[in-house]
Design a protein around this ligand. Structure first.
Ligand SMILES: C[S@@+](CC[C@H](N)C(=O)[O-])C[C@H]1O[C@@H](n2cnc3c(N)ncnc32)[C@H](O)[C@@H]1O
Length: 206
């Protein structure tokens, strides 16, 4: 059972997301939530619980909907989430949502361009094999670069999930190329799941 403060914020964000997706509210493109679906949030929450995850990385915070689903599970393990976002307005909204949901203590927002932040992190020994769970959900153009920078930072048996494998359809072809790129790597196992917008679920084997 999700606690009251978290479920209130998740409900509010789900309503907003529905209004945006059905175009019942007009929102400037840079302000849109572009959030994962509820069932995807539930899946991430379950994976984090199954893995007893302590350290999570997210690329693409937006207003924090996916982060809050994950924080609900990880905080029970006294775990921490680092989440990367470049849009200041969204960072402000995410921080407010984290406060309302009472999950701020588990989350650090890393502000800036994902490539620069990930490149810097990848040179720090601390992050070698560090993350139990990673969500890649920012711009799709750089998804292969993000994956290649992130993989060494993932623990053996750690999980990387990438959103938007199937929807919106405009990304489908490039995301297929991304999936084929992952499949060439003998150190991982990966599947494209039709849940939500299509989730690539990748496990680091060695
Ligand atoms: C699909 S949304 C993330 C949705 C969020 N994970 C959720 O489900 O609630 C993608 C976010 O990535 C951010 N973003 C896109 N390109 C980025 C980049 N190069 N560096 C950092 N953030 C980026 C966007 O500003 C946007 O808020």
């Amino acid at each position: 059972m999700v606690n009251e403060s978290i479920s209130e914020v998740l409900d509010r964000l789900e309503n907003q997301s529905k209004l945006e997706k059905t175009r019942k509210v007009e929102v400037a493109s840079e302000d849109r939530m572009l959030a994962i679906t509820k069932e995807t949030g539930e899946l991430f929450n379950m994976i984090l619980r199954l893995k007893n995850a302590k350290n999570m990385l997210e690329v693409g915070t937006s207003t924090g909907y996916s982060t809050i689903w994950c924080a609900e599970a990880i905080q029970e393990n006294s775990g921490k989430i680092i989440t990367i976002e470049k849009n200041q307005k969204k960072i402000h909204r995410a921080n407010k949502n984290f406060q309302d949901a009472k999950v701020s203590d588990s989350i650090t927002i890393s502000e800036g361009e994902a490539i620069q932040i990930l490149s810097k992190m990848s040179t720090q020994n601390t992050f070698n094999g560090y993350f139990d769970f990673v969500l890649i959900d920012a711009d799709k153009e750089n998804v292969i670069k993000y994956f290649d920078l992130i993989l060494p930072m993932v623990a053996i048996e750690g999980v990387i999930v990438t959103d938007n494998m199937l929807y919106p359809e405009k990304y489908r072809e490039s995301m297929k190329i991304f999936s084929e790129h992952i499949k060439k790597n003998p150190n991982v196992r990966t599947i494209t799941s039709p849940i939500g917008n299509g989730e690539e679920i990748t496990i680091r084997l060695k």
